[in-house]
Write a protein that binds this ligand. Structure first.
Ligand SMILES: Cc1cc2nc3c(=O)[nH]c(=O)nc-3n(C[C@H](O)[C@H](O)[C@H](O)COP(=O)(O)OP(=O)(O)OC[C@H]3O[C@@H](n4cnc5c(N)ncnc54)[C@H](O)[C@@H]3O)c2cc1C
Length: 529
């Protein structure tokens, strides 16, 4: 009798001690399908995820029956561009890089301008930031080649699959040196030791096909055609003017001077909801214990992650950008102001787990804090960033409170060891947050009690809250036309990525950049047809 037809893919579950090499997967697949191993075609892993729900830790593996897809990664690659460049891209973060990439796939040249430095010299500025508390407003964790994503955790998951081609972004990153595991892991991540190489490889690829990248090129003005018919180009800090038929503004959520220069050029801006809070740090073994139970410490298990969400007073309170085995870093972009964030290396092997723990700030909250207009959220961020700097005692030391003291509403007199290199100052983070004039600390307290019910031990004496996490999301939006993707009142200007309010992470910013690049290429080819 002929064998029944085989499915295209099957899902198998593996326990921690089950073998997971090719031969073992093949044997398991044959057993699940009730066929002989020799009757199976070639197998390939399509997706791999870790499941630690309900106290039982296992892996789910989705196996494709048949060879992996034949198309090369990141198809099609960029091709030789036709010079001169008619598109200027401001910002070499994920949105800007991928906009240039999409344009180059269609042979359209662009010039990418970034205020910061290439990854190698940027590393030296990060050292000064960590060791001496010196903030260079053009070169820091947010500004420079690769944008805010270069020295980050490099998590590559996004909720915005509907908005564009996430797979394309992941494939392009893998093509430029990111580990191939990102193609199959359900929660892919790269890490700060590998991200700089990926960003450099992407840049070199773009340069080879004729794209021009300039660093140390801070844009200070948008040039507009007489009568405001369209954008005409940009002016740099040194006075150089660069003409363009299209300008992509992909400058990220921390370029406050860009919001101001856009406003000066008459671009519409509006305040949008965002989030504010702290970074919480635990010993990683404690988080492993809570998440994995008895399986904690198993050599196959990665440093455990978590995701927490609660609602307090109709406001979302949630963990954000959780970095297992990571470091808390100073992400300030202005002297005299303190912002913290998190990063990790690919192995995620620091002894600490950190995560943003933030409260949603709605437009009515801004009004309650006495702030109005498009820059209301920026003003609120500044208030608490300056308060945090002062409470830390300078040189980017960060104010910190044990989680148990925080929920009890008292300052800490000592804090546990931390990954934060500039150092922690034991004190009262709640008082810093109260400086915003909103009940952010109170909402965090109530959510923390709820989180401890869900993750027993989360509210520990060994957990420390570090102030402040103020740049999880952009407080400003540049509205754009839903079809042309141009700024509503300035043709030829394309607000892109997180700073425009259309992304919230590396992948969503890259996806937005790809969309913008494709849109501009289509427009320019229609115009020249
Ligand atoms: C420490 C840290 C860790 C993070 N970890 C993760 C993570 O694990 N996963 C994730 O998805 N997201 C993470 N993020 C967020 C993520 O990096 C951003 O969402 C993403 O980089 C936004 O991309 P973008 O291209 O819109 O802007 P950005 O990456 O912010 O890039 C903007 C670029 O514009 C340049 N620029 C600004 N102003 C000017 C100007 N006037 N002239 C010229 N150039 C200018 C800047 O130098 C910068 O390079 C992290 C962020 C930080 C700071």
């Amino acid at each position: 009798m002929p064998n029944p037809p085989l499915p295209e893919e099957i899902s198998i579950e593996l326990g921690l001690d089950d073998a997971d090499d090719d031969a073992a997967l093949r044997a398991r697949a044959a057993r699940v399908l009730g066929v002989r191993e020799q009757d199976l075609p070639e197998l390939c892993v399509r997706k791999r995820s870790l499941d630690a729900r309900k106290g039982r830790v296992r892996f789910h593996v989705l196996l494709g029956l048949g060879p992996p897809p034949a198309a090369p990664l990141g198809d099609p690659p960029p091709r030789e561009v036709e010079l001169p460049a008619r598109v200027v891209i401001v910002g070499d973060g994920p949105a800007g890089m991928f906009a240039a990439y999409a344009l180059a796939r269609r042979g359209v040249a662009s010039m990418v301008l970034d205020r910061g430095k290439p990854v190698q010299p940027r590393r030296r500025d990060l050292k000064l930031l960590n060791q001496q508390g010196l903030v260079d407003p053009d070169s820091n964790y947010c500004f420079g080649e690769g944008g805010a994503g270069t020295f980050s955790d490099g998590k590559l998951y996004t909720r915005s699959h509907k908005r564009g081609n996430v797979r394309d972004v992941i494939e392009v990153l893998a093509l430029h040196g990111a580990p191939s595991a990102i193609l199959v892991e359900a929660r892919p991540h790269i890490g700060s030791n590998l991200l700089p190489q990926v960003v450099t490889a992407l840049r070199e690829h773009l340069e080879r096909v004729g794209v021009e990248l300039r660093f140390g090129a801070r844009v200070t003005e948008l040039l507009v055609e007489p009568g405001r018919r369209a954008v005409a180009g940009v002016r740099l800090a040194d006075g150089t003017e660069i003409a363009a038929q299209a300008v992509v503004l992909a400058t990220g959520h921390s370029a406050r001077d860009v919001f101001e220069l856009a406003a000066r050029a008459g671009v519409a801006l509006e305040a949008k909801p965002f989030a504010l809070g702290v970074r919480i740090e635990h010993p990683q073994p404690l988080v492993n214990q809570i998440q994995y139970g008895k399986a904690a410490g198993h050599p196959k298990l990665p440093a455990a992650a978590y995701k927490l969400v609660a609602e307090v007073d109709r406001r979302g309170v949630f963990s954000f950008c959780m970095c297992p085995g990571g470091w808390v870093v100073p992400a300030s972009t202005e002297p005299g102001a303190l912002v913290v964030n998190g990063m990790s290396l690919s192995r995620r092997d620091s002894p600490f787990a950190n995560s943003g723990l933030v409260v949603a700030v709605e437009l009515e909250d801004l009004a309650q804090a006495g702030l109005t207009g498009p820059f209301a959220g920026v003003e609120l961020q500044r208030r608490i960033e300056r308060a945090a700097f002062a409470a830390g005692g300078g040189a980017l030391a960060a104010p910190a409170t044990r989680a148990t003291d925080f929920v009890a509403g008292r300052p800490s007199s000592s804090v546990p060891k931390s990954s934060y290199v500039p150092g922690l100052t034991a004190g009262d983070v709640g008082a810093v947050l109260d400086g915003a004039g909103l009940p952010i600390a109170d909402r965090l307290r109530r959510a923390l009690r709820e989180f401890d019910r869900r993750m027993r031990g989360y509210l520990s004496d060994e957990a420390v809250l570090i102030g402040v996490e103020s740049r999880t999301s952009c407080p400003v939006r540049m509205p754009r036309h839903p079809e042309t993707l141009e700024a509503v009142d300035l043709p030829g200007l394309y607000p892109a990525g997180e700073g425009a309010g259309f992304a919230g992470g590396i992948v969503s910013a890259a996806v937005d950049g790809l969309r913008i690049g494709e849109q501009i290429a289509a427009r320019l080819s229609r115009a020249s047809a």
